[in-house]
Design a protein around this ligand. Structure first.
Ligand code: G3H
Ligand code: 13P
Ligand code: ZN
Length: 325
C-alpha cells in the first residue's frame, strides 16, 4: 500500500526513523521489498512480522533518466501487487521544480522533495512554496532542504553549510513544507569523514527546539559505508581507500531528536558492488547475470533488515498497519 511520508512520520516521530532507500533497477526493488517484509531468498517466503518495516522508496532524477521513469513506476506498481503486505511511500529524491511538477501530475508519487537548498534563503522559500501549493492540491506531501551538505547532490557540488535553527523555523512557516532535510554534518557518497567526526547533535537539538512540535526532520547522506563491505570490495579487486560513513549507532539518537527519515543510497551500491565483484572473481568462467543478481537480492534484503534494526523501524510494520486502519 502506498501512503504519504507524513502518515509514516506520525507513527515514527521521536521513536524511530523510517529508512528511505534509493532504487534504480529490478534487483534493488525486489531486494528492498523482501528486506522490508523480513524475507530473504524468495518473494513467496512468508512475511516475518518481527523483521518487517515501513519504508520509503526514493527515486532520484538520475534514476528516472537511467531507465525511463515509466519503467520505475511499472516496477513499483508490480512490486505493490507481488508484495501486498508492504506499506511504503514513493518519494522523489532531490527534485527540481520542473521534475516535482511532473511527479505531482503523474499521480504516482506520494511525496516529493524540492531541493532548492543551493538558492538564497528567500528564493528557496518561494520555490518551495510554489511546489507545496501544487502538491497539497493533490494530497501529495513535500520535503524541502535548508542548509548544504558536503559532497555531490545530483549534479550540484556543495560546500558545507549547517542548517541555522532560527532560519529553519521561519522556513517551515513560510514555505508550508511537510518535512525538512537538515545539514548536520553528513554528506552524500562513500567518503563522508576523514577522521572520527560525528553528527552535529548540538545543532540538531537546537533545530528540534526551534521548529513546531513533532515536525519531521530528514537526514540525507546517511549511509554508514560499512567497513565490512568496503573490505569485501577491496579484496575482490576494488580500490575504495578511506571510505567512511555515519556511525550507525547515531541513527536512533537522531530519531529521538525528531529525525523521521534517514536516506540511504551509497550502502546499497556497496552491497551491489561487493556481491558482483566477489561473484565474478570466484567464478571467472561465468557470464550469466542471474546468479549474481539472485545473490545480490538476498544480500540486499538482509542488509535492509540490518539497517532497519539500527534505524529502529524493524518490526514496526504491524503497528503502522494498525494505526492506518
Ligand atoms: O542524493 C543523491 C542520491 O544518492 C541519488 O544519487 O543522483 O546518483 O541517483 P543519483
Ligand atoms: P548516501 O550517499 O549517504 O547514501 O545518501 C543518500 C541520500 O541522501 C539520497 O538523497
Ligand atoms: Zn540526498
Amino acid at each position: 500500500m502506498i501512503v504519504t511520508t507524513t502518515e509514516l512520520f506520525k507513527q515514527a516521530y521521536g521513536k524511530y526513523a523510517v529508512g528511505a532507500y534509493n532504487i534504480n533497477n529490478l534487483e534493488q526493488t525486489i531486494g528492498l521489498f523482501r528486506g522490508n517484509l523480513g524475507k530473504h531468498q524468495s518473494n513467496s517466503e512468508p512475511e516475518d512480522p518481527t523483521k518487517a518495516a515501513p519504508f520509503i522508496i526514493q527515486i532520484s532524477r538520475g534514476a528516472r533518466d537511467y531507465s525511463d521513469k515509466r519503467f520505475l513506476e511499472a516496477m513499483i506498481r508490480t512490486a505493490e501487487n507481488v508484495f501486498p503486505e508492504a506499506i511504503f511511500a514513493v518519494h522523489l529524491d532531490h527534485g527540481t521544480e520542473e521534475v516535482c511538477y511532473d511527479c505531482i501530475d503523474s499521480g504516482f508519487y506520494s511525496s516529493v522533495m524540492i531541493d532548492a537548498s543551493h538558492c538564497p534563503f528567500e528564493e528557496n522559500i518561494a520555490i518551495t512554496r510554489r511546489v507545496v501549493d501544487r502538491a497539497h492540491e493533490k494530497g501529495i506531501v513535500v520535503e524541502a532542504e535548508l542548509g548544504q551538505l558536503g559532497g555531490v547532490e545530483e549534479d550540484i557540488v556543495g560546500s558545507v553549510k549547517l542548517t541555522d535553527p532560527d532560519q529553519a523555523a521561519e522556513f517551515i512557516e513560510r514555505s508550508g513544507c511537510d518535512s525538512l532535510a537538515v545539514a548536520i554534518g553528513t554528506s552524500h557518497g562513500a567518503f563522508k569523514f576523514s577522521g572520527s567526526q560525528s553528527l552535529h547533535f548540538d545543532c540538531l537539538e537546537k533545530i528540534q527546539q526551534a521548529v513546531p512540535a513533532n515536525f519531521p526532520l530528514v537526514m540525507h547522506g546517511s549511509s554508514s559505508v560499512p567497513q565490512e563491505w568496503v573490505q569485501r570490495i577491496n579484496n575482490a579487486g576494488g580500490a575504495m581507500k578511506n571510505a567512511c560513513g555515519v556511525n550507525e549507532e547515531e541513527y536512533i539518537r537522531a530519531a529521538k531528536l525528531g529525525v523521521c527519515k534517514i536516506n540511504i543510497d551509497t550502502d546499497g551500491r556497496l552491497v551491489w558492488c561487493a556481491t558482483h565483484r566477489e561473484f565474478f572473481r570466484d567464478h571467472p568462467d561465468q557470464f550469466d547475470l542471474r546468479p549474481p543478481g539472485k545473490l545480490f537480492m538476498a544480500n540486499y534484503a538482509e542488509y535492509i533488515q540490518h539497517k532497519n534494526s539500527k534505524l529502529g523501524s524493524l518490526g514496526q510494520l504491524e503497528s503502522v498497519r494498525e494505526a492506518l486502519k
